[in-house]
Design a protein around this ligand. Structure first.
Ligand SMILES: Cc1cc2nc3c(=O)[nH]c(=O)nc-3n(C[C@H](O)[C@H](O)[C@H](O)COP(=O)(O)OP(=O)(O)OC[C@H]3O[C@@H](n4cnc5c(N)ncnc54)[C@H](O)[C@@H]3O)c2cc1C
Length: 373
């Protein structure tokens, strides 16, 4: 008899776990996803964690391995071997610093980190003219550090591809909100508008909503929501091969195919699960991009926006592992603003934990019991 596994949350983490688990015919895998406020489909899509100033070593290990995991992972998702450029492309990243002289220092850090992360690729300081050779609209006079291994990914397109592949492998996708409890015999039990079912194992990949699902069972979960908005622009520039632009501060410029550009994002801590798009916020971010990168970037090119909810722990560290007090119930959360980078690796790790295989990251270094009590 096949074992029933449920995954709650169909962002990048839950969709990846579903994709890997459904490869095993002995498991009957069901994914529940409500999708409201999902961070993955709202995200900017930057995969370039290596030059961050964050000092948390465990976080760095996770995002470093997460970035390195992408190309092989996508080869598995697109089994014909061709990774569509709309989904993922290694276009490189351009990083600016407040003070020009800090670039040499950043290059040194990058070269050191590259010894353990060759996927950073070529690292080179570009003159303003060299930046313009890659991105003709650049109108400022600052130099930038180029890292050829940086990439951009379209989170929404990625999960669509993952779920299509998972369904072909036999997974069932239920687009409904799920509640979760346990039976008298301590088995995970899930209820939605259309289903009531007992499962052998469950993955809680519902990110910012983990407190909502575990709260009624008496758990205290150290996760808070953070609102993020992004502006979408349509231009007539040939943006296909432009690198991702990371000016100083938190507002980036992410060129996609056919003149599409994303600018953002906001990091709003006091908005709970609010999903309102504020045109003033979108315009502010575009004006910032104009000031930092090019006068050609205009608010009149904004065609829409995106908004989603990130999940943070109080010390900004991500966690994963078996939920205390349950057997065979696993969860991950707290991926913050780098969850698209770490997400596929973490989804694979959660599937490894269900399968009883040793994951590439040690759960003891990302202790769930510190955040789920
Ligand atoms: C604006 C923005 C820009 C970002 N840019 C980047 C970036 O450039 N690079 C990067 O690495 N990361 C980025 N991130 C972060 C990244 O998007 C997230 O960390 C990551 O997508 C989290 O994935 P997840 O699968 O854990 O959660 P999510 O993608 O949020 O998915 C969780 C899902 O669970 C569902 N759910 C919740 N409760 C239930 C329930 N009870 N029943 C059924 N379904 C439920 C939700 O509806 C949602 O669909 C960005 C985030 C935002 C918001």
């Amino acid at each position: 008899m096949s074992k029933k596994i449920a995954v709650i949350g169909g962002g990048v983490v839950g969709s990846t776990a579903t994709f890997y688990l459904s490869k095993h015919p002995q498991y009957e895998v069901t994914l529940f996803d409500e999708a409201t406020g999902q961070a993955t489909s709202a995200s900017a899509g930057i995969i370039s964690p290596w030059l961050s100033k964050r000092r948390n070593q465990e976080w760095y290990q996770m995002v470093k391995l997460g970035a390195a995991f992408y190309p092989g992972f996508l080869q598995q998702v697109f089994s014909n071997g061709e990774i569509p450029k709309e989904v993922y492309q290694q276009v490189g990243t351009l990083l600016f610093t407040k003070k020009d002289k800090n670039l040499e220092e950043l290059l040194k850090i990058g070269l050191k980190r590259r010894e353990e992360a060759p996927e950073i690729g070529e690292l080179k300081i570009l003159s303003p003219e060299e930046v313009r050779e890659r991105i003709p609209i650049y109108s400022k006079d600052k130099r930038a550090l180029f890292a050829s291994g940086g990439a951009r990914v379209d989170g929404k397109a990625l999960i669509e591809a993952l779920l299509t592949a998972a369904e072909k492998q036999g997974a069932q996708i239920i687009r409904e909100k799920a509640t979760f409890t346990k039976t008298k015999s301590n088995k995970p039990y899930i209820e939605t508008a259309s289903l009531k079912e007992e499962y052998e194992s469950v993955i809680l990949a519902n990110s910012a909503w983990l407190p909502e699902i575990l709260g009624p069972l008496g758990y205290k979960v150290d996760i808070r929501p953070q609102k993020g908005q992004l502006a979408q622009l349509q231009t007539n520039w040939s943006t296909d091969d432009w690198p991702v632009i990371m000016p100083t501060g938190e507002k980036d410029i992410i060129p996609f195919l056919d003149g599409k550009i994303l600018v953002g994002a906001t990091h709003e801590d006091d908005m709970a699960f609010d999903l309102t798009l504020q045109s003033s916020s979108l315009e502010e971010m575009v004006l910032n991009a104009q000031e930092q990168f090019s006068e050609c970037i205009r608010t009149s090119d904004i065609i829409s926006g995106r908004v989603g909810t990130r999940a943070y722990t109080s010390d900004f560290a991500p966690f994963f592992g078996e939920v205390p007090g349950f057997d065979n119930v696993f969860a991950a959360s707290g991926l913050g603003s780098t969850g698209l980078t770490a997400g596929p690796l973490l989804g694979k790790i959660l599937s490894d934990l269900i399968l009883g295989e040793s994951p590439v990251l040690d759960p003891r270094k990302y202790p769930i019991e510190k955040y789920v009590k």
